[in-house]
Design a protein around this ligand. Structure first.
Ligand code: AGP
Length: 614
C-alpha cells in the first residue's frame, strides 16, 4: 500500500505534492519521491526512509518552480526500501516518470521481454516495467492517455499508475485496477490521490473512478475512459470530512478503517502467488525445494495476535502436509532449550518484523542451524532480514495498535505456506491445492459480506457496555479465533476477556459462568459433524448455567438456533478457512465497545505497536 499524488495547475507543484505525501504517509514510509515536468525534461528526487529525508534533499538541491508533478510514498513490495527502488521510476530516455501502488503480477515476463530488447533496469521493482512500456508507446506517436490505455491492457494484477510525459507538460495521466485512486477537482487545477487526504486542503470536490479506467487531468478539466479508450464518466461527490477523518477514510479510528480494508488486504496478499503453470510461487521463499522436502518438524514462533495466526497455521500445515508443527510463544522459546536440528523449519510470524522476543528466538534457532522462514508485513525490517526466506503479507501499514488486517493477512500467508509445502512435498494433489486457492480467492468477498452486516455487531456491542467480563469459546481453528477475540477486547476495551477451547470448559473455567455472563461462541461449519456437534454441547452447557450465548455460525445452520441468545451468521466456508471470516465480527465488537466506553482505540493504554524490548 503506497501513497500517490498528482497535480496540474497554477501553484508550484512541489509544495502541493509534498504536502499531499505528508497526508498520505500513513500508507507507507519506506521511501518517498517526486517528479516534476520542467521545460521538456523530467526533474526528480527520491530517497529511502521517511518523507523528511526527501524534504531535506530538496532543501539542499531545490527543484524548479513548475506546476505539474507527481509524488509517491512507498510501502515496499518488490525490492528492499532503497533510493533506487523508490518511486518515481523513469523510462530509458527519461521521457516518462511514473509512480505505482499495487502489484503487477506479470512483471517478470514483461521485464524479460524489455531486457531482451536491450532495456537496462535501474531497480528491482515491478513498477519500472510500466515506465519503460509507456515510453515505448509514446515513441509510436500516441499521447500519454492512449499510451496508458495500451499499456494497462497488457498488465495483470492490481495497480494504480500515475505518469507524466516531459513532452506534454500540462497533462497527468492515471489508471486504476483494483487499487485506490480519486480525482480532486479544483478551479484551474486538478489533483490525483490515493485518497482524498492528498488534496483536501485544496478542494472538497472529488471524483471516483470505476475499475479499469484511465483518467487524464489538465488545468482545464478531467477526462475518463476505459482501458479500451471508450469515453466514460466518473462519479462526482462532495467531501465533507475534516482532514483527520479524511486520513482515516471517513472512519473515526485507524483500527476501524483497517478492519474495513481487510477484503482488499486479503486480496492483495493472494496476488501473484499462482504461476502461469498453475503452480504456487512464493517470490522471496529463498529456501530450496530440497531444503523444504528435508523438513521433518516445524516450530512456529510469534507473539500476541501473530501467535494466534500460528495456531491456525498448525491445523492447516498438519492437515495438508502431515508435518508435525509446534507453536510456541517467542518469549518462552529459548528458555525451554528447544530441540532444533538442520531439518527443523522455524517459522517466525511478525507484523512489524521488529518484535524483540521473536527476533531473539530466530537468532537462537539459526545458531542451532535450523532454517528460519518469516511471515512479515514490513519489508526490510529486522526479522525478515535475519531469516533464510520470507513471505510478505501485503496488508499495507497497520497504524492501529490492535492488529486486525495484519492478522487476516498472516492467516493468508500461513495457508499459502501450508499449500506450498504440500506442493513441494507432494502431500496434496495439484488439483486439491488449486481448489483451496480458489476458495481462498473467494475470501475477500466473504469478508466483505461480514463487514456489510457491521451494524448488527455494533448494536450487540452497545448492548454490552455495562459488561465486566466476556468469555469466548471455540474449537479447532475456532479456538485461536476465540483467543484473538478476547485479546482484542482486553487491548482496547480494557475488559476482562478470556478465550477457551470449548471442550476444556468442564475442566475448570465453567465455574466462572454466572447468570447473564456474555459468551461469544465461534461455531465450526457443519462439514466437520463431530466438531460442530461437540461445540453445540459446550454451548448448551454454559447456557444451562445462565450464560448469554452470542453465537457466530454459518448461514443455514439451524441447529444452533435453540441455543443462541443472539445469532450472527457467517458465510459458508471450509472449516480451515473459517478464521478469516469468524474473527471479523469479534474485531468489530471490540472496536465498537471500546468506542462506546470512550477509549482511545488506536493507541490503547500501556501498549506499543512494535515491542522492541524483551
Ligand atoms: C495485537 O493486537 C497486539 N498489538 C500484539 O499482540 C502483537 O500482535 C504482538 O506484539 C506481535 O507483534 P508483531 O506481529 O509485530 O511481532
Amino acid at each position: 500500500m503506497c501513497g500517490i499524488v498528482g497535480y496540474v495547475g497554477a501553484k508550484p507543484a512541489e509544495g502541493v505534492v509534498i504536502e499531499g505525501l505528508r497526508r498520505l504517509e500513513y500508507r507507507g514510509y519506506d521511501s518517498a519521491g517526486i517528479a516534476l515536468v520542467d521545460a521538456g525534461s523530467i526533474v526528480s528526487d527520491k530517497r529511502a526512509g521517511k518523507l523528511a529525508n526527501l524534504e531535506k534533499a530538496i532543501a539542499e538541491s531545490p527543484l524548479p518552480p513548475v506546476t505539474t508533478g507527481i509524488g509517491h510514498t512507498r510501502w515496499a513490495t518488490h525490492g528492499p526500501p532503497t533510493d533506487r527502488n523508490a518511486h518515481p521510476h523513469v523510462g530509458r530516455a527519461r521521457r516518462v516518470a511514473l509512480v505505482h501502488n499495487g502489484i503487477i503480477e506479470n512483471f517478470a515476463a514483461l521485464r524479460g521481454r524489455l531486457e531482451s530488447a536491450g532495456v537496462e533496469m535501474a531497480s528491482d521493482t515491478d513498477t519500472e516495467v510500466a515506465a519503460h512500456l509507456l515510453e515505448e508507446q509514446l515513441e509510436t506517436g500516441v499521447d500519454l492517455t492512449v499510451a496508458m490505455q495500451n499499456v494497462c491492457r497488457g498488465l495483470e494484477g492490481a495497480f494504480t499508475l500515475v505518469a507524466v510525459d516531459s513532452q506534454d507538460p500540462d497533462r497527468v495521466v492515471a489508471a486504476r485496477r483494483n487499487s485506490p485512486l480519486v480525482v480532486g477537482i479544483g478551479e484551474g487545477e486538478n489533483f490525483l490521490g490515493s485518497d482524498v487526504a492528498a488534496f483536501i486542503e485544496h478542494t472538497r470536490e472529488a471524483m471516483e473512478l470505476d475499475q479499469d479506467q484511465v483518467v487524464t487531468i489538465t488545468r482545464e478539466g478531467v477526462a475518463v475512459s476505459g482501458f479500451d479508450g471508450t469515453p466514460a464518466e466518473g462519479r462526482r461527490y462532495h467531501v465533507d470530512w475534516d482532514l483527520s477523518a479524511a486520513e482515516k477514510d471517513g472512519h473515526d479510528w485507524f483500527m476501524r478503517k483497517e478492519i474495513f480494508e481487510q477484503p482488499r488486504a486479503v486480496a492483495d496478499s493472494l496476488l501473484g502467488r499462482r504461476g502461469t503453470d498453475g503452480l504456487l510461487q512464493l517470490d522471496e521463499m529463498r529456501l530450496s525445494d530440497q531444503d523444504l522436502r528435508d523438513v521433518d518438524k516445524i516450530i512456529i514462533i510469534a507473539a500476541g495476535t501473530s501467535f494466534y495466526a500460528g495456531m491456525v497455521a498448525k491445523y492447516a500445515i498438519e492437515h495438508w502436509c502431515r508435518i508435525p508443527v509446534e507453536v510456541e510463544l517467542a518469549s518462552e522459546f529459548r528458555y525451554r532449550d528447544p530441540i532444533l536440528t538442520s531439518d527443523t523449519l522455524v517459522v517466525a510470524i511478525s507484523q512489524s518484523g521488529e518484535t524483540a522476543d521473536t527476533l531473539q528466538a530466530i537468532r537462537h534457532a539459526r545458531e542451532q542451524r535450523s532454517k528460519v522462514l518469516s511471515i512479515c508485513n514490513t519489508n526490510g525490517s529486522t526479522i525478515p532480514r535475519e531469516s533464510d526466506g520470507v513471505i510478505y503479507t501485503h496488508a499495507g501499514p497497520e497504524i492501529g495498535v490492535a492488529s486486525t488486517k495484519g492478522f487476516l493477512t498472516q492467516l493468508v500467508a500461513c495457508y499459502l505456506l501450508a499449500l506450498y509445502l504440500a506442493q513441494v512435498k507432494g502431500t496434496r494433489f495439484g488439483d486439491e491445492i488449486s481448489q483451496v486457492m480458489d476458495q481462498l480467492e473467494r475470501m475477500p468477498a466473504h469478508v466483505q459480506s461480514v463487514l456489510d452486516k457491521a451494524e448488527e455487531v455494533y448494536s450487540l456491542a452497545r448492548d454490552h457496555v455495562g459488561s465486566r467480563s466476556v468469555l469466548f469459546l471455540g474449537r479447532h481453528a475456532g479456538y485461536p479465533v476465540a483467543l484473538e477475540g478476547a485479546l482484542k477486547l482486553k487491548e482496547i476495551a480494557y475488559l476482562h476477556a478470556e478465550g477457551f477451547a470449548a471442550g476444556e470448559l468442564k475442566h475448570g473455567p465453567i465455574a466462572l459462568v454466572e447468570e447473564g455472563l456474555p459468551i461469544l461462541c465461534v461455531v465450526p461449519p457443519r462439514g466437520r459433524d463431530q466438531l460442530h456437534d461437540k461445540m453445540i454441547s459446550g454451548i448448551q452447557e454454559v447456557r444451562a448455567r445462565g450464560a448469554r450465548t452470542l453465537c457466530l455460525a454459518e448461514e443455514g445452520d439451524t441447529t444452533i438456533e435453540p441455543y443462541a441468545d443472539v445469532l450472527i451468521t457467517l458465510p459458508q466456508v471450509p472449516v480451515l478457512l473459517q478464521p478469516l471470516v469468524a474473527v471479523v465480527p469479534l474485531q468489530l465488537f471490540a472496536c465498537e465497545l471500546a468506542t462506546q466506553l470512550g477509549h482511545d482505540v488506536d493507541q490503547p493504554r500501556n501498549l506499543a505497536k512494535s515491542v522492541t524490548v524483551e
